[in-house]
Write a protein that binds this ligand. Sequence first.
Ligand code: BGC
Length: 381
Amino acid sequence: MEPNRRTVIAGAAAGMAAITLGGTAHATGGRKPVKSLFGKLADGTKVHSWSLENGGTRLEVLSYGGIVRSLEIPDRRGRYANVSAGFDDLEDYVARSPYFGALIGRYGNRIGKGRFTLDGRAYQLSVNDGENSLHGGAQGFDKQVWDVEPFTEGPDVGLRLYHTSVDGEMGYPGTLRTKVTYTLTRHGDWRIDYEATTDRATVVNLTSHVYWNLAGEGSGTIEDHELTIAASRYTPTDAGLIPTGELAGVAGTPFDFRRAKPVGRDIRVFHPQLVAAQGFDHNWVLDKGVTARPGHAATLRDPTSGRTLRIATTEPGLQFYSGNFLDGTLTGPSGRAYRQGDALCLETQHFPDSPNQPSFPSTVLRPGQTYRTTTIHSFGR
Ligand code: BGC
């Protein structure tokens, strides 16, 4: 797949140091993030795009939603492709994005009926998915313009993204001050550090919603991608995709990804849990649990290009969503429409609906505490 024009221009303009090994260009250093105007919202607010590169990974991030508009990595022959689904224009992101590449908050995934009780007080959240609240409600963090601050620190380059959500926004209590740091390391890893503080007790569950296709955005199905998830259990859901509270074993079910398995191998096995979601759209309970340091969660590999993604996280859960609701109505930068299963999401998180599930690890954040989680994406070929 050809790199898109925008990237070629950005790379050439930056005059990157590169060495040639058997016809393959390898980046030798980090590049200071470069800012450009991406578009304007209806009210005139400017949205910027930031391009950065380090260790052979190229990232383009929008101030709108902290969206990863493109993430380019080489295949085994050194050919770059954008491996994340997205759009060319801001208007598409605003009007019709299924959270392509976005930062998700205040609460990743669903809260049943958009309701929960905390310290004896009931809260009603914005409901935007049937009767439930999904990904923070109708105007979640994916639809906010973040303040972005670029940095270069030692061998790392990155962006710090800031957003303050006022008390009561989308129904959530407390003013939540959020800082998300995207770092590209000299090894080309993309690291995300999430931080948040509040002035009233609240619930928080932040994540990133990149839609991966390691063969390249617009190249067709991800059913041949091999996936490993380090989890012996998952959280089954009801018809509205709200966890029932049970932690079910994956052994002997289509949900067993403990050994590398093509995503499509069991996706057509009849299993009641695959019906409501039209495929995989579940939270896996990572065997490592909550950890102080990022521990291994999942590996995704495209056998054709050789590109691999490894995810390590401090979080206890991983939502694997097999792009079930992509229906051909959205078209990406490649000019090709996204159909069901043309990209997949691996969202590190606390479990969906935790505020209503006393047995799940808590998502409560109180004044004086700092919410801190880290997820690292490492690429190989
Ligand atoms: C959810 C899906 C949802 C998708 C939104 C995923 O995180 O698990 O159910 O449809 O986000 O595009």
